[in-house]
Design a protein around this ligand. Structure first.
Ligand SMILES: [Zn+2]
Length: 276
């Protein structure tokens, strides 16, 4: 079917391919104004409504500042047009199917910042969007506050995490001390995982079964052939990375892709990353 969008698509697809192949352009895409312009143009070649075969897109947020609350709501409203938001248990369960139809979104937050509860939680509740927050358990026990200068108290304590779970949101582990797993021995990784899981489960009175790897890039941040296996050994039922892209039916729940995004990114950028 002819639309102005498809008429531009072949030229833009060629342009997109050319830009992505140039290191200088890749560098420029990282700069926000230029990035917005380029990704906005490239998004014209993509279609967010196409979701024939079934896919799950997992979004990874970090900070949500007070002035970004409206933007977070805007993003959630936009994505609601193209799929259904589900919670982490449902998402992992979905992967165990041989096939499924449609598109699903899972919202995750890393690190356990205070602003996740202060600013993101009210928006999630208003929009009825479930989410999981992967927290660094050492901040709940107070150990990390002493080791690292958390001068502004930017990480949540136990009380803050309880506000999150009492609102019906899920908690997962993001290790005990947020060290780079790739730099640790097998024993050290296992200690991080087991300790974090038991600390969170005890302090929050909830069964913690999901894990997101710090930084999350295979090779650089974790050993792809070792650490997901150790997470399973430690009793986790998932392992989330930061490799962009969709998860599909019968996917590996110990190698879950996630798209790291910022609440301020425009709907064009969401279309670029989540469309086809
Ligand atoms: Zn992190």
């Amino acid at each position: 079917m002819y639309t102005p969008e498809t008429s531009r698509s072949s030229t833009l697809t060629r342009l997109a391919r050319m830009l992505r192949s140039k290191p200088v352009m890749r560098q420029m895409i990282q700069t926000s104004g230029i990035r917005e312009l380029i990704l906005g143009s490239l998004s014209l070649t993509r279609d967010l409504s196409a979701c024939g075969t079934g896919e799950l897109r997992t979004i990874c947020y970090h900070h949500v500042r007070q002035h970004e609350m409206r933007d977070l709501g805007r993003q959630l409203d936009y994505l609601k047009n193209y799929g259904e938001f589900i919670d982490v248990d449902a998402a992992v369960h979905l992967m165990k199917n041989d096939r499924f139809e449609g598109r699903y979104f899972l919202v995750t937050f890393d690190d356990g910042y205070r602003d996740t509860v202060q600013n993101a939680l009210p928006v999630l509740v208003e929009k009825a969007v479930p989410a999981v927050m992967f927290v660094i358990s050492g901040y709940l026990t107070g150990e990390l506050h002493e080791l690292r200068a958390d001068v502004n108290g930017k990480f949540l304590d136990r009380q803050g995490c309880l506000r999150w779970t009492e609102a019906g949101m899920a908690i997962g582990s993001h290790t005990h001390t947020h060290r780079r797993l790739a730099e640790l021995s097998e024993d050290e990784v296992l200690r991080e995982l087991v300790h974090s899981r038991s600390v969170l489960s005890d302090l929050l009175g909830t069964f913690v079964t999901h894990f997101a790897c710090p930084w999350g890039s295979p090779g650089d941040d974790f050993h792809a052939h070792r650490d997901p296996m150790l997470a399973a050994q430690a009793g986790f039922s998932s392992f989330f990375t930061t490799v962009r892209g969709p998860a599909r039916a019968a996917g590996d729940v110990f190698n879950m892709p996630r798209d790291v995004i910022e609440p301020t990114w425009s709907n064009w950028q969401l279309k670029y990353f989540f469309g086809r």
